[in-house]
Write a protein that binds this ligand. Structure first.
Ligand code: PLP
Length: 262
């Protein structure tokens, strides 16, 4: 049996982001993906039109059947959607229903790349404070990083998150600048443990954050250490973006969908 990753993520009908991105990326990493679905969103590569979250009771039941059945070696969370769902996931760690020491990659999804909200930002930010200490790695985009910490400088943000108990913070600068290479910093214990320089490609991508976080979770499940998992994910993600599908060839601003079968 391949090592299993249990994801907590929402359905994106367009297949670019959310649980489909998680399943495809974790499969590509060599691990097996399972999903406790947190919400059903109504969106495509251009916009979020709405979503309905699942109840925390239903979410917990989905997670429990997977944990009872399969060799879960890592956890990944994406869109959680509600304060109750964040509290429920926190409780799975606190009550040891998820084995202590299981690597946990937390992608603190607040807003889709298209700009649409995937929950009430302020209440979600407050609720994340309980979950953060259980994370092995957090993978926020720059908007999420600033929203979670209240700081402006990205390095200050990363150190502040490390200070909450998150073991590692992956800082991705892609949203801060429109040109030049993308720098990525992995902060461990308030110090930069690894830096990567990633080529900037034209266009916006729908689901690139989900894909990167999930691939890292897959590699952690297989046994990579953190730096190794991040390096492997960086090598992989750039190819998914170079081979991305463009649903609207005539609209350079429309989002592209990563091709995770490369
Ligand atoms: N999860 C769901 C269900 C989503 O719909 C989205 C964005 O649309 C995300 C996560 C985050 O997507 P991205 O990887 O583009 O930040």
């Amino acid at each position: 049996m391949r090592p299993t990753v249990l994801c907590f993520s929402g359905l994106d009908p367009s297949g670019g982001a959310g649980l489909q991105a998680d399943i495809e990326s974790i499969g590509a990493s060599g691990a097996h993906a399972t999903v406790a679905c947190t919400a059903i969103t109504v969106q495509n590569s251009q916009a979020v039109l709405g979503f309905e979250p699942v109840s925390s009771t239903l979410l917990k039941a989905q997670a429990q059947v997977v944990l009872d059945d399969l060799p879960v070696k890592a956890i990944k969370s994406g869109m959680l959607g509600t304060v109750d769902n964040i509290a429920m996931l926190t409780d799975l760690f606190v009550s040891n229903i998820i084995d202590a020491g299981t690597p946990f990659v937390l992608d603190p999804v607040l807003v889709a790349n298209s700009g649409g909200h995937l929950g009430d930002k302020d209440t979600l930010v407050k609720a994340f404070a309980q979950l953060l200490p259980h994370a092995t790695l957090i993978t926020p985009n720059t908007h999420e990083l600033r929203a979670l910490t209240g700081f402006d400088d990205l390095h200050d943000c990363a150190k502040a998150l490390n200070g909450t108990g998150v073991k590692a913070v992956l800082v991705k600068t892609s949203h801060d600048f429109e040109s030049g290479n993308i720098e990525q910093f992995l902060y461990i214990n308030e110090k930069i443990a690894h830096t990567s320089i990633i080529e900037r490609l034209d266009g916006e991508f729908h689901g690139s954050g989900c894909s990167l976080a999930s691939y890292i979770a897959g590699r952690l499940a297989i046994g990579d250490d953190l730096i190794g998992a991040v390096k492997n994910a960086d090598t992989w993600i750039i190819n998914t973006l170079k081979n991305a599908d463009r649903p609207h060839p005539d609209n350079p601003k429309a989002q592209l969908i990563p091709n995770r079968f490369i």
